[in-house]
Design a protein around this ligand. Structure first.
Ligand SMILES: [Zn+2]
Ligand SMILES: [Zn+2]
Ligand SMILES: [Zn+2]
Length: 469
């Protein structure tokens, strides 16, 4: 370990706090109330000895400031998971803290730190690059309509620009810059505003009133009247309230209909109430099958993310393909589902679904650097655009995975297109051991089971197949 003079910050509100093994003159003691990020910018690392809430606020202030964002920040004790999300952990001793701080500084020297407040993607990825083992863990926060947040993300965007944290993470995963680590939770969300704050209510299927209750019913055989049990009970006998017949024997005088629910507002009787999921944020009601399922993952920086940081080009490689009549994955699935319904009705409707996988993209990036690969992909995208029609749609599920939906194209047409795309390859052989490699698979209407298949099933079936389906 180097013998150079280190400067350590100690943020504490207690006079007694000392960090063993360090000369007092090397320590800048800062009470939390007077903390100014600028005064900490040239420290080597900082130790925080505060109560959890204060520690979180201090960490947040330092991580949100461009001058102190990348500093090694430790706590003296284990506090809570929100604090851990922003800190570099609990410090064991000076030696340990020094090793971690040195390693982070060494990694930082490989690139220029972003100072631009609006380049949040780059700032976040640079931060994660210097902490290769950091896992962003989603934590529950009921005041957030997504119900989860990644506390670190809030430090990397000015408040006004804060996108939905889950959308931001998904976006970086789709670009290939982050990898998903573990599935933490799965939520059902409002299809309108993506809020997970929903309440579920039983409603009358006729008038939508919530004033419904479970009841026992009687059905009078003499006049056919059906009503709730309480309307039939008179003194100590069962009497039909309409025709006054006394009901003695079940099966001959009366029976119990299968309806189990009664609406007090419109008097309708029914077997099952309708369930509606009401969004507490935008106040719209939805049937449960319309809710959007959202998966919440912990994430970490990917190989491609690390590469993009080193090349200082956090450009969205997959956005290069947005010129190909790009639609969002959701819109793509919606249209594919619509085609499945059309095909079921009309045998003359055809379509093909094609998947183009750019294999070895990570190797290309390592060998050539992002700039050159971007140029190559732009060329490839341009040539591809010339091959597809204005009615064809594209989307991508990943940075190196392109989907095409080709309406009114039978598999023979898809086969021809595949050949033409493969022929492009020659144009992109650049005389090195690396070249743009593609794996192309497709399926058509004859490969579908219109009774059971959905867009999701077709996409995963094509993705999982070794060759054309
Ligand atoms: Zn009756
Ligand atoms: Zn009703
Ligand atoms: Zn909503």
């Amino acid at each position: 370990m180097s013998k150079e003079q280190l400067y350590i910050g100690l943020i504490s509100d207690s006079e007694a706090c000392e960090f063993p093994g360090i000369r007092p003159e090397a320590v800048l003691a800062i009470p939390s109330q007077t903390l100014e990020p600028e005064q900490c910018a040239c420290l080597d690392y900082i130790i925080i000895d505060l109560l959890p809430r204060d520690a979180f606020n201090v960490l947040h202030t330092l991580r949100a400031h461009p001058l102190t964002r990348y500093l090694a920040l430790f706590t003296l004790k284990v506090l809570n998971e929100h604090v851990s999300a922003l800190s570099d952990g609990v410090v064991k001793d000076h030696e340990d803290a020094q090793i971690i701080a040195h390693e982070q500084k060494r990694l930082q020297e490989a690139f220029t730190l972003v100072k631009d407040e609006t380049d949040s993607d780059a700032a976040l990825l640079q931060f994660l690059y210097t902490r290769p083992n950091k896992i962003l863990l989603p934590l529950q926060n009921l005041s957030n309509k997504a119900l989860y947040e990644y506390p670190l993300l809030r430090c990397f965007t000015p408040n006004a620009l804060m996108p939905n944290p889950l959308d931001w993470i998904n976006h970086l995963v789709e670009q290939g810059f982050l990898n998903r680590v573990t599935l933490i939770d799965r939520l059902h969300c409002c299809p309108n505003c993506h809020s997970a704050r929903l309440k579920f209510l039983d409603r009358c299927p006729l008038c939508q009133s919530i004033d419904v209750n479970e009841a026992r019913f009687f059905h009078c055989f003499t006049c056919g009247h059906v009503n709730t049990e309480d309307q039939f009970i008179q003194y100590d006998s069962l009497r039909c309230p309409r025709c006054q017949t006394i009901l003695r024997h079940i099966g001959s005088d009366y029976d119990r209909p299968i309806e189990n629910f009664h609406c007090k507002k419109c008097s309708e009787n029914f077997i099952e109430p309708e369930i509606s999921a009401d969004c507490l944020d935008c106040r719209n009601p939805f049937p449960p099958e319309k809710l959007k399922s959202i998966s919440i993952y912990s994430v970490t920086i990917s190989k491609r993310g690390r590469h993009a940081v080193l090349n200082e080009t956090i450009t969205e490689i997959s956005s290069i393909f947005n010129g190909l009549n790009y639609v969002t994955p959701e819109h793509f699935k919606f249209t594919l589902n619509w085609f499945l319904r059309l095909c079921k009705r009309s045998p003359e409707i055809h379509f093909s679904l094609m998947h183009i996988q750019l294999t070895d993209l990570d190797d290309l990036l390592s060998a050539w650097g992002t700039g050159k690969v971007q140029l190559l992909l732009q060329d490839f995208s341009k040539s591809l655009r010339e091959l597809i029609r204005s009615t064809d749609l594209s989307t991508h599920s990943d940075a190196d995975s392109i989907w095409l939906l080709l309406p009114q194209t039978p598999v023979t047409g898809a086969f021809v297109l595949k050949g033409r795309i493969e022929n492009l390859k020659e144009k992109f052989e650049i005389g090195s051991e690396y070249s743009l490699k593609t794996q192309i698979k497709f399926l058509g209407r004859d490969d579908c089971d219109f009774e059971n298949d959905t867009a999701e099933i077709l996409l995963s079936r094509l993705l999982g197949s070794q060759h054309n389906v």
